[in-house]
Write a protein that binds this ligand. Structure first.
Ligand code: GLN
Length: 499
């Protein structure tokens, strides 16, 4: 039998159902692993008592005859989701020690299904970043190479799943923060259509873009978790009013429909030419081309498409996201909750010092940009204009769906970069989301799956995108690809000898 930590959500559920193992045993094993690999920096908060109490409760539910695919399975949440039983910081000093009186909706849904919370995962401050180096609590390291970043902002989630510290983790994605770290660490991640997962209890960064999702080792495990986390929530005004989706059932349905040898028969995969420039990084190019050949073998047909406004995506995103962030972050005033400066002269001075002390450099940069583009004199020139271009970017996708069923691109322009490499150059950092941001602006679902390794043994991911609410299609295609390949099953050398 595989060691416990190498088992995915489905395998653990099977072992739990067959009573081969208890949730307490799995939880103890994984908590010990998190501690043994503390140098990775993935965890911001651990509380073995809380986790074990949840595991005991899950075991007791099973003993009373309850069953369910997540009952007793441990996982952890990105620290952008508020939790009642553990502090929630969003990676910021501003929220150090903050205790939420309630659980985020996705946290509550997973808890109701019996998932055990292993802890809170490190992330870039308020989810702003692409390398998990903007956390006030220190960086996360990539398990494939500790001198490199795991990607961001869900870097703790991605590194934890890659290092087999847990079978799955939640993440959030505003401009690529699930997909890019999934790519950098060789795991599978899905950001659903905007509105599929409730944002209630997700600490806000850019509200028209923020979306919760999952990082796991397989598309199958992503399907299971997404089915549990998603669904209409009256407490989120932008939640999509749709019936609950059983992505697992759809995954298996897709399997029955295609022929065994060519399960993707007839599927038209669009390759947006703007995402495959002649200058594309060698390692990324080779891995993605290899995946395209595999997709063809599985029956898919490749079609050339264009998303002509791709190059406008980064400028548009870096107007809209900071604008919304500057508004959302105005709530951290030292009065309602969070950090308050110890010494100040008057109210204004208290605001100033509190915010100067509580926020990190990247967050301040965005508050300043956001305030500027929303100011009376520049609002039309920047913000209104960016909103118009955002609509045009979404229309580019609409046009592409006339020609293809889904889009396949590299997830990121490169494999994981070195810690510190882009820290002094925010623009270089922003460019690492070049391929994920267009889909975020349109609000469509996107997924990253491992598709190979570069020369230096760094994971490379491919991105799949589909039209609104077509998560099942993405998951189905990813599942077929993972049945035919084993990139997702590779493990970093760091953990190969772990018992
Ligand atoms: N890296 C992008 C940013 O810094 C995206 C972050 C995210 O998706 N949360 O804004």
């Amino acid at each position: 039998m595989k060691p416990l930590h190498e088992q995915g959500v489905h395998e653990l559920a099977e072992a739990l159902t067959a009573r081969r193992i208890s949730s307490v045993e799995i939880t103890e094993h994984l908590l010990a692993r998190v501690q043994a690999h503390a140098a990775l920096g993935v965890m911001l908060h651990l509380d073995a008592e809380v986790s074990l109490a949840q595991a005991r409760a899950a075991d007791a539910r099973r003993a009373r005859g309850a069953n369910g695919p997540l009952l007793g399975v441990p996982l952890a949440h990105k620290d952008i989701f508020v939790t009642r039983d553990m502090p929630s910081t969003a990676g910021s000093k501003m929220l150090q020690g903050y205790a939420s009186p309630f659980d985020a909706t996705i946290v509550a849904k997973l808890a109701d299904a019996g998932a055990v919370m292993l802890g809170k995962l490190n992330c870039d401050e308020f989810a702003m970043g692409s390398g998990n180096q903007n956390s006030a609590y220190g960086p996360v390291r990539n398990p494939w190479d500790a001198r490199r970043v795991p990607g961001g902002s869900s870097g703790g989630s991605a590194a934890a799943v890659a290092a087999r510290l847990m079978p799955a983790a939640t993440g959030s994605d505003t401009g690529g923060s699930i997909r890019q770290p999934a790519s950098f660490t060789g795991v599978t991640g899905i950001k659903p259509t905007y509105g599929v997962c409730s944002r209630y209890g997700m600490i806000a960064f850019a509200s028209s873009l923020d979306q919760a999702g999952v990082l796991a080792r397989t598309a199958e495990d992503c399907a299971l978790l997404l089915g549990t986390m998603s669904g209409f929530d009256a407490r989120d005004a932008t939640s999509a009013e749709r019936p609950p989706q059983d992505y697992m059932a759809k995954l298996h349905q897709a399997q029955v429909e295609g022929s065994a040898a060519r399960p993707l028969n007839g599927l038209r995969i669009g390759l947006p030419r703007e995402f495959f420039p002649a200058t594309l990084d060698r390692d990324v190019h080779d891995a993605v081309r290899g995946a395209l050949a595999e997709m063809e073998k599985l029956g898919a047909r490749l079609v050339d498409v264009s998303l002509p406004r791709t190059e406008l995506s980064i400028p548009v995103y870096y107007i809209i996201a900071p604008a919304e962030a500057s508004s959302n972050l105005s709530r951290y005033d030292g009065v309602r909750y969070g950090h308050r400066a110890a010494q100040y002269d008057d109210l204004l001075d208290m605001y100033r010092k509190t915010r100067a002390e509580g926020f990190g450099a990247e967050v301040k940069r965005r508050i300043m940009i956001g305030t500027y583009v929303l100011s009376a004199g520049f609002y039309d020139a920047y913000y209104t204009q960016a909103q118009k271009v955002r609509t045009l970017i979404a229309r580019d996708f609409d046009a592409a769906w006339e020609l293809c069923d889904l889009l396949l691109t590299p997830t990121a322009p490169s494999a994981a970069f070195a810690l510190g490499e882009k820290s002094a150059d925010p623009l270089a950092m922003y460019l690492s989301d070049l391929y994920t941001i267009p889909g975020s602006l349109a609000g469509i679902p996107g997924m990253s799956i491992p598709c190979g390794f570069g020369q230096s043994n760094r994971p490379v991911g491919l991105q799949l995108m589909a039209n609104y609410f077509e998560e099942a299609k993405l998951l189905g295609v990813a599942h077929q690809y993972q049945r035919a390949t084993d990139w997702h099953a590779r493990m970093p050398a760091l953990i190969q000898d772990d018992k």
